[in-house]
Every structure is written in C-alpha cells, then in structure tokens.
Write a protein that binds this ligand. Structure first.
Ligand SMILES: CC(C)(COP(=O)(O)OP(=O)(O)OC[C@H]1O[C@@H](n2cnc3c(N)ncnc32)[C@H](O)[C@@H]1OP(=O)(O)O)[C@@H](O)C(=O)NCCC(=O)NCCS
Length: 182
C-alpha cells in the first residue's frame, strides 16, 4: 500500500449523522492498540498482535498520514477508515498500471452492529469522489468475513473477481462514483 497522492490533507473534520471523521491524535493511541490486539477485529486480518509488542512499536500518534480517517462517536475513537493505493504487485486490479484507491475499515467490536462502519465509509467515499473526480475505488476482503462482505455490498461495491491470497479466498470489488450527467 502507498499513500493516496496529491490531495489537501488533513481535510476539515467531516460530520455525519452520528460520527466525526478526522485526523488521528495522540488520544487515539489506546484504540489503535486495541484494534491491532483484538482477536475479533484481526480474525480475517492475519490474527491479533501481542500487546507487549504493540506497546513498543505503536507510535505516539498512530495512523497520522494521508488517507487514514479516525472515526469518532461521542468524542471517542471507535474505528478507522483508510484509502490507500493498491500495490501493482498485488493480485486484483481494474486499471492497467494498478495503483487504484483501495478502501479498508476496522472498527472496535463494541461498535459493530450499529451501522457506524457503513456511515463512516460512505462519508469517506464521498470525500474521495470530490478529491479525485471520476476515479473508482477497490476493496479486497476474505469471502469468509461475513460482516465485511455485507458492508461492501451495502456500499455498492460490485464483484470484479475472486482469488486466493494468504491461504484464503479473497473477494475483490469495485465502486464507481456517480458522475453528474450532462
Ligand atoms: C467489517 C466491519 C467494519 C463491519 O462492521 P458492522 O458494524 O457489521 O458494519 P455496518 O456499519 O454496516 O453495520 C451493519 C449492522 O448494523 C446494524 N444496524 C443497527 N443500526 C443501524 C443503523 N442505524 N443503520 C444501519 N445499520 C444498523 C445492521 O442491521 C447490521 O447488523 P447485522 O450485521 O447484525 O445485520 C467490522 O466487522 C470490523 O471492523 N471487522 C474487523 C475488521 C475487518 O475485518 N475489516 C475488513 C477488512 S477491509
């Protein structure tokens, strides 16, 4: 994954009905550690990482870079939504040179089942459509990851192909912005 490329960053905090999407801050560190240490969150992402290791390697302000939105609910981080560029070496592309914008999402388990991830991802996709007009966004998730598969469908990603990677079947989908007509 590489960063998105030229775009004004950070954008002003984005407010949705129930959430705020903003740049990472030092007060988000514990939530970032939890996202990396949680067996539930990491079930389809390579497994949890040991907390004692994370205590040393997670920076003071984690996730502060172009394309990473912290998602906040009632003043507290509940997850993160990221838009990166998909490496050309990875399987799954929708344009010849690769480097497509790719959406990913991680939320703390206590925030699952309330529609927060869908609300935050829709806002991030709206931001992307304004910043990079006409560009598609891709998404890759294990087919076994039911919640992620449902979210991808709800966000209107459509299947482009499936393939094996990391010893599991992967679903690769694409989202296209609605362009104004005329
Ligand atoms: C993937 C993930 C973000 C999905 O989270 P989620 O909360 O299930 O997703 P949504 O925001 O779409 O919420 C949908 C659920 O909220 C419920 N919901 C409750 N109130 C709602 C509301 N007001 N609006 C919309 N949905 C609502 C829906 O009924 C649905 O519940 P169900 O799945 O039990 O049927 C989450 O499981 C996660 O972080 N997983 C670990 C990380 C991961 O695997 N990421 C994928 C790699 S890209």
């Amino acid at each position: 994954m590489t960063e998105l490329g030229p775009v004004t960053w950070p954008p002003a905090p984005m407010r949705t009905e129930r959430l705020v999407l903003r740049e990472s801050e030092a007060r988000d560190r514990a939530a970032f550690v939890e996202l990396l240490a949680s067996p539930e969150v990491r079930a389809y992402l390579g497994g949890p990482r040991p907390r004692d290791e994370l205590a040393h390697v997670v920076p003071e302000v984690p996730g502060r870079r172009r394309g990473i939105f912290v998602v906040e609910r009632d003043g507290t981080m509940i997850g993160a939504v990221t838009l990166d560029r998909r490496g050309a070496e990875r399987p799954g592309h929708v344009r010849p040179g690769g480097g497509e914008a790719e959406l990913s999402y991680v939320f703390l388990p206590e925030a699952w089942g309330s529609g927060y991830a869908a609300e935050a991802c829709a806002a991030a996709l709206g931001w992307f459509a304004d910043a990079f007009p006409g560009e598609p966004v891709v998404l890759c998730t294990q087919t076994a990851n039911d919640r992620s598969m449902r979210l991808a469908a709800k966000l209107a990603f459509t299947e482009a192909r499936r393939f094996e990677e990391y010893g599991a079947e992967q679903w690769f989908g694409v989202w296209s912005p609605v362009m104004p007509s005329g």
